[in-house]
Design a binder for this molecule. Structure first.
Ligand code: N01
Length: 554
């Protein structure tokens, strides 16, 4: 063991199966279904006590998906599409959870899932060319394939505030929200105004006696314009599903929305305003389609027009001019951070007498006390504090698995200067490890189920190919990995992402290496690249037969 003295997996008797999958959310469930169809023996390990992944853990008031419900679901099964009906334009957390439970039952997936079980380590054994995976209940399982379906936003990030242990009130992180929390009449503080905070804050204001929102950076919230879906509308969606999915698959964001192909530069001021107002009324991610989304995200001039349009809308909604200016984002361009959605009057919430905006950029939080939060200038008395402070995104949950590849090299050692993958699907030095929506794949920059289905289907085809051709292992070459990392960085450098301190770049976690992690070229471009790689005999990967010299070096 050359790199890490402690083995990831203690040596005891292990069981043989074909594939281990970690996580029973959208990705893990579909991966299990597809590999079972190939005839593989598969086991899924899930740390929660039910299916759902993100939608199992994020139960905070107001939790809802910003992708429209009719496309935030599996497209692969006509049965599931026929039998399920979404009730609103954007699905609420309990409904998505119910949907995933329904899909798991429909596909009879639960018998291969071990709930309440955490992976404590995974180690690649070079002699047997298999993975040995250990769980927290002492089980060890050996398998040919090890597949991470842990998601991109799964490891909560809790800032390291002084004095939190001394706080005598209750505190919660939104991504570990208990079954029930009573906020009625209490003095509540919310830290964080990202997508989660913006969904949560109006709901908490309704329940709490008094709410203090501790904001460090204001954000650009666009109205979602949620509403119930009526029968005719649903009928039309059902009739057009083939077209909807085909457009979604061939789009940049995995969403079948018509895009204006104009850049703002070609339009008069009046035409620009009209285009933006039309999309503002449509709401949600459709707003991002007022101009070609890639253009808005890469052209500073166009972006400034869009950003200024939103700033004016914020000023119109907030009564107090000081609060309005504090809520107007100026430190980053629109879209350089993940755009949040406003479902229920986020900005108007600050017009309530029982809601106070606290600018913790001007006067940062210094410590928690027994009865609240002390900033550099004031003390806020609080009964409950809610951390809407986000995630150790993209890499956090994967690194938690303590994966060791060839020569005992761990992923955290390999990634000490930031994540390195080939296509976000595989990692050199880690044979037969697949990472669904891994770093450097489109994932969070798209409608997630579309990105997940593309990955799961690519992995399934790859494993089928290996079985057919008699290969034991597949692993990216270091060269292809380096090229992919450079290509992803180059695309990101040509966009405006570097102008925000975002979780896309790991900038939200102190000490984390700052590298832009999702592939920013769009799902359509990415799908073409992956298809070409497969057609070209898995170009950039090395395939080996059992205990053999390489069969095909690409
Ligand atoms: O987390 P975030 P999130 N002191 O990292 C603040 C997805 N999502 O959970 O901006 C004070 O965006 C931090 O401040 P700043 C979606 O992809 C999806 O909201 O760093 N404040 C920020 O305001 C989203 O982007 C849905 O200055 C501190 C906030 O906490 C992603 O999840 C719904 C602080 C964190 O914002 C993450 O969103 C909800 C400190 N020390 C979320 N540390 C769907 O629709 C952090 N903050 C599917």
């Amino acid at each position: 063991m050359s790199h890490d003295e402690s083995p990831a997996v203690e040596a005891t008797e292990a069981t043989d199966i074909d594939a281990v999958i970690v996580g029973a959310g959208f990705s893990g469930l579909y991966m299990l279904h597809r590999l079972r169809e190939l005839g593989l023996s598969v086991r899924v390990y899930e740390k929660g006590n039910g299916v759902g992944g993100t939608w199992y853990w994020n139960r905070y008031p107001g939790a809802r998906c910003d992708s429209e419900s009719h496309i935030y679901c599996y497209s692969f099964s006509d049965d599931i599409l026929d039998e399920w009906e979404w009730s609103e334009r954007y699905p609420e957390q309990p409904e998505i959870l119910e949907y995933l439970q329904f899909a798991a039952d429909h596909l009879e997936l639960r018998r291969d899932i071990e709930f309440n079980t955490e992976i404590t380590g995974a180690e690649f054994d070079e002699a047997s060319e298999t993975w040995t995976v250990a769980t927290d209940d002492g089980e060890r399982v050996s398998s040919q394939f090890f597949i991470s379906a842990v998601g991109c936003l799964s490891e909560p990030f809790l800032p390291d505030f002084d004095g939190l242990d001394d706080f005598e009130g209750e505190w919660y992180h939104t991504a570990r929200w208990p079954e029930s929390v009573d906020l009625e009449g209490k003095r509540v503080g919310v830290i964080g105004t990202g997508s989660t905070g913006i969904q949560l804050i109006p709901e908490v204001a309704e329940r709490a006696g008094h709410l203090s929102v501790l904001q460090r950076t204001p954000n650009y919230a666009v109205p979602a314009r949620n509403r119930p879906l009526n029968d005719e509308e649903y009928e039309e969606i059902r009739e057009n599903y083939d077209e909807i999915w085909s457009e979604a698959r061939d789009s940049r964001l995995g969403m079948p929305f018509d895009t204006e192909h104009n850049s703002a530069r070609q339009l008069s001021e009046e035409e620009i305003h009209e285009a933006l107002e039309k999309r503002w009324q449509q709401g949600g991610f459709r707003f991002l389609h007022a101009f070609e989304p890639g253009h808005t995200l890469s052209n500073a001039e166009t972006n400034e027009i869009v950003s200024e349009f939103i700033r004016d809308k914020i000023r119109e909604k907030v009564d107090d001019p000081d609060d309005a200016e504090s809520l107007v984002p100026t430190s980053h361009p629109y879209g350089a951070k993940r755009p949040p959605m406003d479902y229920n009057g986020y900005y108007e919430t600050y017009n309530r007498d029982d809601v106070r905006l606290v600018d913790v950029d001007d006067a940062p939080i210094t410590t928690f006390t027994a009865d609240g939060i002390q900033t550099e200038t004031d003390h806020y008395d609080l009964d409950v504090v809610i951390f809407a402070t986000g995630f150790d995104a993209m890499t956090g949950a994967l690194l938690e698995l303590d994966i060791q590849g060839r020569d005992g090299l761990s992923i955290s050692e390999k990634w000490n200067a930031g994540p390195r993958t080939y296509l976000g699907l595989g990692i050199s030095g880690f044979p037969n490890l697949f990472t669904i929506t891994g770093p450097q794949s489109p994932s969070v920059l798209t409608n997630m189920p579309m990105a997940i289905e593309q990955h799961v289907e690519w992995i399934t085809d790859c494993i089928e190919h290996m079985q057919r051709e008699g290969y034991q292992t597949i692993e990216p070459t270091e060269e292809s990995e380096s090229q992919w990392v450079s290509q992803t960085n180059m695309l990101a450098d040509n966009m405006l992402f570097s102008e925000a301190e975002s979780w896309y770049r790991g900038a939200n976690v102190p000490g984390k290496e700052q590298v832009f992690t999702p592939f920013p070229g769009g799902l359509d471009m990415y799908r073409d690249i992956c298809d070409r790689v497969a057609e070209d005999d898995y170009d950039g990967f090395e395939l080996r037969r059992a205990s053999d010299a390489p069969v095909a070096e690409q």
